[in-house]
Design a protein around this ligand. Structure first.
Ligand code: HEM
Length: 423
């Protein structure tokens, strides 16, 4: 299939029409599951991997398919991401922090391969231990109830700013061990980093420089504090990480800091907003959940399969590999489309129906293999609590009006959505 003439998968605007993209992915899964797309902005092209089993195969073989930034990393840098990098290199940010190179020099675990990846991951893993998360759960519920209290009597709200963005950012501030007042800044920086492809969210150069400079200063101050007085928060773990007897470099620390802000915040937000939208669009499914709240964990799995908060992750082939009947050459880029793998007809019956009672294989939204999302359980708890509390307090919630999606081919993000309810 000549995908090039049909759709441009490397363009953010393509993903504004998700039905059209799903149509193409369905065709690719059937006709050309490992498809060459000769279309990236720099002209190099990439392989589109659209079947569930192939995505798993690539993800669990890091010796063949690298995540390392040196080889190309896990995203295709869009023009806007490049713009951010250029700004950080050329403008005041760089001169203020001479030894650092924003968004470029540092390595966070998501862009590392084993064995070094494994060592970095082990350093923060205690922050996501079952014990730690079970201690956090009552806090998550308290925070969620407080957030929903603010909605009472209003009849409608802009759901993203009032709820979906609030809960994850409050939890992130708690995991970082910083004041809750700082969350506004954390959210703003996260939006600067991910929103560059969206004209509504894109900032002019001076604002980007200001935001990145603030982020850097904040992260560095926190680093110093946690070096002097370590606690059991995530920043203390990052600041005091030692690999092979050497302390993590400041560059790597900053990259890990940015990874956590973005990964821990935007994705969970998208699963909450996407879940509320899906339940609003499928009232019969919501009714099942209201009748039998014990099916919540199936419902949460289904929401995350359905929403695919992260659309893809990329890899680079480290050697020549044959996948299905295609010869992938050393150095070729591969894009793992979770959005497509989650609708694979060979894995789920009727994958284009949203069913809260669905049972089946694990969705791919958290990735698979070495880089399986470290925060998956935390995200699930937040989504579970949020849906449970919404159904308790405002069981008739309904999304009304236009749902505005962020322009991105990487994150499936809703930036504006009005929800109406009685109560
Ligand atoms: C619904 C919410 C979430 C989704 C859909 C999601 C998705 C993902 C995916 C797909 C990966 C795998 C990347 C790869 O294979 O290249 C990943 C990794 C990661 N996620 Fe999440 N994530 C979510 C929530 C979180 C949260 C709450 C945190 C932390 C507070 C977090 C932190 C991370 C980190 C640090 C990694 C890198 C792990 C590694 O490289 O070993 N994520 N996430």
């Amino acid at each position: 299939m000549n995908i090039e003439t049909k759709i441009s998968l490397s363009r953010a605007e393509t993903f504004q029409d998700q039905d059209a993209v799903h149509e193409i992915f369905s065709e690719l899964r059937k006709e050309d599951p490992v498809a060459w797309c000769p279309e990236t902005e720099d002209g190099s092209g990439f392989w589109s991997i659209t079947k569930y089993d192939d995505i798993q195969f690539v993800s669990k073989n890091p010796q063949l398919f690298s995540s390392d930034r040196v080889h190309g990393g896990i995203t295709f840098p869009s023009q806007e991401t490049r713009r951010l990098r250029n700004i950080s290199r050329s403008k005041g940010v760089q001169s203020k922090f001479k030894d650092l190179n924003i968004l470029e020099a540092g390595d966070s675990m998501i862009q590392m391969d084993p064995p070094i990846h494994t060592k970095h991951r082990h350093m923060v893993a205690p922050g996501f231990s079952p014990k730690k998360l079970s201690n956090l759960t009552p806090h998550i519920r308290e925070r969620c109830v407080d957030i929903l209290n603010q909605l009472e009597g209003r009849g409608e709200c802009e759901f993203i700013s009032s709820v979906a963005a609030e809960l994850p950012i409050q939890m992130l501030a708690e995991l970082f061990g910083v004041d809750q007042e700082d969350r506004t800044k954390l959210l703003e920086w996260s939006n600067v980093i991910i929103g560059g492809d969206d004209p509504d969210m894109r900032l002019d150069t001076d604002h980007v420089v200001t935001a990145l400079t603030e982020l850097y200063q904040y992260a560095l101050d926190l680093h110093q504090k946690r070096r002097e007085e370590p606690g059991d928060d995530l920043i203390s773990m990052l600041a005091n990480t030692e690999v092979e007897g050497k302390l993590t470099s400041i560059n790597d620390y900053i990259s890990a800091f940015i990874l956590l802000i973005v990964a821990g915040n935007e994705t969970t937000r998208n699963s909450i907003s996407g879940g509320v939208l899906a339940l609003s669009q499928h009232p019969e499914e919501r009714q099942k959940l209201l009748k039998d709240p014990s099916i919540i964990s199936n419902a949460v799995d289904e929401i995350i399969r359905w929403v695919h908060p992260v659309i893809y992750m990329a890899r680079t082939a480290l050697e020549d590999v044959e996948l299905r009947d295609k010869n992938i050459k050393k150095g070729d880029r591969l894009v793992l489309w979770y959005m497509s793998g989650n609708r694979d007809e060979d894995k789920w019956e009727d994958p284009f129906s949203f069913k809260v009672t669905r049972d089946g294989p694990r969705h791919l939204s958290f990735g698979y293999g070495q880089h399986l999302c470290i925060g998956w359980r935390l995200a699930e708890i937040q989504l579970t609590v949020c849906i449970e509390e919404m159904l308790k307090r405002f069981p008739d919630f309904e999304v009304k009006g236009e749902v505005k999606r962020m322009r991105s081919n990487f994150l499936n993000s809703i930036k504006h959505m009005n929800v109406h309810y009685s109560g």
